[in-house]
Design a protein around this ligand. Structure first.
Ligand code: HEC
Ligand code: HEC
Ligand code: HEC
Ligand code: HEC
Ligand code: HEC
Ligand code: HEC
Ligand code: HEC
Length: 367
């Protein structure tokens, strides 16, 4: 649903400037489970929507839980059903029908799920998707609701050019190496190594214990893996999380991505926000989101994040750290008014606007 551009320079040391999908230069991915032996604190990441941004069929929980999903469009009937060891997508026009086994289920969060299958050796996106709010199938974003003229047209959209690299680059781990797509090496979802780079050398270094000098062996292990915590807040936000969530530069390169849909490009939206585009760790993505845990839904959780810079009351005096103006209206629940939720047509879901601002009722959403 989103289109991204990967184009990071290759480096001699892949960990000096790692970005998701950088060329691994032969260093292998080991899979998230191997990391948990030593890093249990980060284990909740694997159960987040990001950690499960893709499932390999037939292990698709939504379809398994629903059993069978159906949809009707003109003469066409769509069915998505779990059948023994596969998930089958069937379209019928009453006389003829086509059935295809689903290969991948994309998306796990609050919006919904889209399915990929192969037809004539090309990857296709299903014309219908599951939407959580409707609890049923409807048109996939970007697909024309006009009634197709043939059963084949009714199937979905061929994913052409370098689009498969982009889809799998954002929703999986270890399948994209630079510009190359290697589906046989895919780890489902955004796992540890999507953000930290392939773990093979780190694992070897960490397991080679040096009893004589344990500090030194820890240091060596740390060199063989990427820690995004070492990036500046600007790079972490715009070019690291922004690889998949769409940073400012990527948004500028995307024709047709202007308009309201860029609500989903959080790094880009925040960059546009007056007072909030600075290279300041109090505003990087990880200031508000722990990448290893689930999304916090309680608005009060975010208040201290805002109050790290903003005064609580207009009568408070400014300090070097807290020097941004106070709100004349409220001392709490900041995000409910200043990061309003915006409904996107056709997505059957609302998104949080990261363009922090004074949003008065009736004001248009900035684009
Ligand atoms: C055998 C134990 C072990 C395993 C398995 C392991 N690590 Fe580590 N990891 C370490 C040690 C030791 C360090 C060194 C730093 C420390 O002790 O805090 C470290 C440090 C890190 C750091 C911080 C690096 C830095 O620059 O500060 C990251 C990120 C990391 N590991 C990720 C991973 C990932 C991802 C995996 C799975 C691919 C993994 N680790 C598997 C032992 C392990
Ligand atoms: C490799 C691509 C990739 C990278 C890098 C990435 N994300 Fe994500 N993220 C995703 C995808 C895909 C989803 C959607 C998952 C879904 O709902 O199926 C997502 C979802 C999320 C969510 C919403 C979770 C929810 O419960 O709905 C948050 C918050 C988030 N990411 C934060 C971050 C932060 C912070 C960073 C940087 C530290 C980051 N992401 C880096 C791909 C990525
Ligand atoms: C540039 C990275 C990128 C590409 C390319 C991309 N996605 Fe996503 N996708 C994301 C992110 C990030 C989110 C979650 C952000 C949000 O909440 O809007 C997401 C969300 C989704 C969701 C909704 C999941 C939910 O939260 O319920 C679906 C379905 C989805 N993508 C399918 C696809 C499919 C299919 C493709 C390829 C045809 C694709 N995406 C390509 C990054 C990407
Ligand atoms: C979406 C990207 C993303 C994913 C996926 C991810 N991490 Fe991280 N990880 C980060 C970021 C960003 C930091 C730096 C956080 C900071 O400095 O606040 C980090 C830091 C770390 C550290 C260093 C912790 C410290 O206290 O310095 C370890 C260890 C680590 N991650 C392990 C893992 C493991 C294990 C997994 C998989 C279970 C994982 N990470 C998945 C983004 C990610
Ligand atoms: C100042 C705090 C703050 C910062 C910084 C921040 N976010 Fe958010 N984010 C939020 C809040 C609040 C929500 C809504 C939580 C809820 O669902 O109640 C949210 C929700 C999200 C979601 C879920 C989808 C949605 O639209 O609700 C994604 C994805 C996300 N943020 C990604 C990011 C990324 C990527 C960055 C870095 C550019 C980032 N956020 C920086 C506060 C922040
Ligand atoms: C890194 C510091 C920092 C953080 C964190 C921060 N702000 Fe700001 N904010 C500023 C600065 C600087 C300005 C611009 C001038 C001023 O108010 O002093 C500003 C301006 C604003 C404005 C006025 C915008 C306009 O268009 O006039 C609002 C509203 C606002 N912030 C709300 C928030 C909310 C809500 C949060 C938390 C979700 C937050 N800020 C987090 C520094 C910050
Ligand atoms: C009930 C909605 C609401 C909540 C909750 C709220 N604000 Fe506001 N805020 C407003 C409105 C409306 C304005 C514009 C007031 C005006 O211009 O008369 C405003 C103005 C601001 C400004 C601009 C002040 C200036 O002098 O230009 C900042 C900064 C700000 N709020 C920050 C915050 C922070 C931080 C919080 C949480 C502690 C917060 N707001 C909570 C509605 C709210």
């Amino acid at each position: 649903m989103l289109v991204g551009v990967f184009g990071y320079a290759q480096r001699e040391d892949i960990f000096s400037d790692w970005r998701p999908n950088s060329d691994t230069q032969g260093v292998r991915y080991v899979g998230s489970k191997a990391c948990l032996d030593c890093h249990k604190a980060q284990a909740p990441q694997l159960n987040t929507p990001m950690g499960q941004a893709l499932e390999v069929a037939p292990d698709c929980r939504i379809v398994t839980a629903r059993g069978k999903l159906t949809f009707k469009n003109g003469p066409y009937t769509y069915e998505l059903a779990r059948q023994h060891n596969s998930v089958v997508y069937t379209i019928s026009d009453g006389a003829k029908s086509i059935s295809k086994p689903i290969l991948y289920c994309f998306g796990q969060g609050h919006v919904g799920q889209t399915y990929l299958f192969r037809h004539n050796d090309i990857l296709y996106e299903t014309r219908v998707s599951y939407f959580e709010k409707l609890r049923k199938l409807d048109f996939t974003i970007g697909h024309q609701p006009a009634v197709p003229t043939s059963l084949e047209d009714a199937l979905g959209r061929a994913i052409g050019g370098d689009e498969p690299q982009q889809c799998f680059g954002c929703h999986t781990t270890g399948a994209v190496h630079g510009l190359e797509l290697k589906l046989d090496q895919l780890n489902a979802g955004v796992g540890c190594e999507a953000c930290h780079g392939p773990g093979e050398k780190h694992l070897i270094a960490a397991k080679t214990s040096n009893a004589a000098n344990p500090t030194n062996s820890r240091k060596l292990a740390a060199l063989e893996i990427f820690n995004p915590g070492k990036l500046s807040a600007h790079d972490l936000t715009q070019s690291f999380c922004g690889t998949c969530h769409t940073g400012f530069e990527q948004a500028m390169l995307q024709p047709g991505q202007g308009g309201i849909n860029n609500i989903r490009f959080q790094p880009y939206r925040m960059f546009n926000s007056r007072g909030h585009n600075a290279d300041d760790a109090r505003l990087g993505c990880v200031a508000c989101h722990n990448p290893h845990d689930k999304l916090e839904k309680d608005a009060a959780y975010y208040d201290p994040k805002c109050l790290a810079c903003h005064l609580t009351k207009p009568s408070d005096s400014k300090t070097t750290r807290r020097n941004a103006d106070a709100c004349p209206v409220s001392t709490k629940q900041c995000v409910t008014c200043h990061m309003p939720r915006v409904e996107l047509p056709g997505m059957h879901a609302s998104f949080t606007d990261h363009w922090i601002r004074i949003a008065r009722p009736g004001d248009p959403t900035p684009r």
